[in-house]
Design a protein. Structure first.
Lengths: 227, 259
């Protein structure tokens, strides 16, 4: 049998993953609910004074989205590993990195994009100044794909494990540190009335680098853990 | 094959390395303890008081060598991880995984001694300064490598996965350091330079350097001891490992018979 073109393979993979998620669309809301609840916990713990909340709002939204993304990471390869289609993906004649890139893109679209949509709501719950909101959204738009890409590499390393949740957090969170610093740093700078372009540009540079390298690293890691 | 490659291959074979490491490890520990004792004497007794920090500065004789070692061990880990992934050399996998817990221990000592020093000097045990934060992230990276290595059943696959993580981590360390540096910094600059003049008197430098040497030798002693165990675990089914195990059993039974 002659294999189809790489483009067709990617299109088929994208269609399949999107269909699978659409069939279980209720699950797609879970990361959003998680982020909402985490954000709601902070005023309960710190007290409802708007001034206090305003000062830390951007950081809390960032951390809530990061944790929510961390919990969603586990589903990236789990289903495919359990039904064996992940091994077929590795065996396919098409470049594995490209196929994984497609999977990561779908994962980002279905788990991180809904979070971006509710981010203004979360920010409003914490009284984030309106002027900072565009910076927060820009930082999140750059940071969430970066988090998905970095996370995918670590998920690929833990793919065969039964209980990988805590270990995955231990592997991923140190790698998330710079993203968090730049992302939340941009928001804090904007809130303090300082220049915020530099951290955003750094995030963009990191994203470009990760777009190229992370799928390759993810493919290498997957081959190690499926060997 | 020329002599150097031959020698290299021979060293790299597990039974040979097991024997050599077994012979070297006690010497490393002995020399490291003697050097460490000399350095501690030099640092705690001979070296003068600091005009500004008083006696509290003397923690640097432990803190700074351990901080150097935390980075050295990670670089050693990463180099071996790279060799293990590219050339699939078994010994490198074992060495990489053996160096992770030692590095983690040095990192931990660095953090603890640093906070003990920070309390009288900065008035706080912990601050979110660039070096402290990147050292903490380094500790988490070590723990991640160790955790991943323990979580996978197959020893070789575990070593390869953990090696891969270590390589990702080494990209991360400078980025973290840079980002936190940009974010916030309080830590004093380096006082010891390899090139040019150090900002520190000679009486303080020599104990520091001797201690650095001692920690390096200790690292290798500990590495050899751990690598021997790792090799035995990995090669448990092979003849040479079985011979060693049987010889141990035989010795124990004779001791028991005579005792």
């Amino acid at each position: 049998m002659k294999p189809g073109t790489t483009f067709a393979a990617c299109a088929a993979l994208l269609r399949r993953d999107l269909t699978l998620i659409w069939r279980r669309r209720g699950d797609a809301l879970n990361p959003v609910l998680f982020a909402l609840i985490v954000v709601a916990l902070f005023p309960l713990a710190l007290g409802p004074e708007p001034e206090n909340l305003r000062r830390i709002a951007a950081g809390i939204v960032f951390v809530a989205l990061l944790l929510s993304g961390l919990l969603a990471l586990d589903t990236l390869f789990r289903g495919d590993y359990e039904d064996g289609s992940l091994e077929q993906l590795v065996l396919s004649p098409h470049p594995l990195a490209l196929l994984l890139g497609c999977k990561i893109a779908v994962h980002w679209l279905t788990t991180a994009l809904p979070l971006l949509v509710v981010a203004p709501l979360l920010a409003e719950m914490l009284n984030l100044p309106r002027a900072v909101l565009p910076v927060l959204l820009a930082a999140l738009a750059l940071a969430t794909p970066l988090l998905s890409l970095i996370g995918a590499v670590c998920v690929a390393l833990t793919v065969g494990m039964r209980r990988s949740g805590m270990l995955l957090a231990l592997l991923v969170l140190p790698l998330y540190v710079p993203v968090l610093i730049f992302g939340a740093g941009a928001c804090n700078a904007a809130q303090a009335g300082l220049a915020f372009a530099a951290p955003l540009l750094w995030l963009g540079a990191g994203l470009v680098l990760a777009l190229v390298l992370a799928p390759l690293a993810c493919a290498a890691a997957l081959k190690i853990s499926l060997s | 094959m020329n002599r150097l490659t031959l020698w290299f291959h021979r060293i790299g074979s597990p039974p040979t390395f097991y024997r050599i490491a077994g012979a070297l490890a006690p010497w490393c520990f002995g020399v490291a303890i003697v050097l460490g004792a000399v350095a501690l004497y030099g640092g705690l007794v001979v070296a003068p008081r600091d005009y500004q920090q008083g006696d509290a500065y003397r923690i640097i004789f432990v803190h700074v060598p351990c901080a150097w070692m935390s980075l050295f061990a990670y670089i050693f880990l990463a180099v071996n991880a790279f060799i293990a992934l590219v050339w699939r050399i078994k010994l490198s996998e074992v060495l990489a995984m053996a160096s992770a817990p030692i590095g983690a221990a040095f990192t931990f000592i660095t953090l603890v001694s640093g906070s003990l020093w920070g309390k009288p000097m900065w008035g706080t045990y912990w601050t979110w300064d660039a070096r402290l934060t990147s050292e903490l992230v380094l500790l988490f990276l070590y723990l991640g490598v160790i955790g991943l290595h323990h979580a996978i059943e197959d020893r070789r696959q575990a070593a390869r996965a953990a090696s891969f993580l270590a390589l990702i981590g080494i990209v991360n360390v400078p980025i973290v350091h840079f980002s936190v540096n940009w974010w916030n910094t309080l830590h004093q600059g380096s006082t010891v330079r390899l090139m040019g003049e150090s900002h520190i008197t000679g009486d303080m430098v020599w104990p520091l350097l001797v201690m650095a040497l001692a920690t390096h030798i200790w690292f290798f002693g500990s590495l050899f001891a751990r690598a021997r165990v790792g090799l035995l675990e990995l090669e448990g089914g092979k003849d040479w490992a079985r011979e060693i195990a049987l010889a141990d059993v035989a010795r124990e039974t004779t001791v028991a018979a005579h005792g």
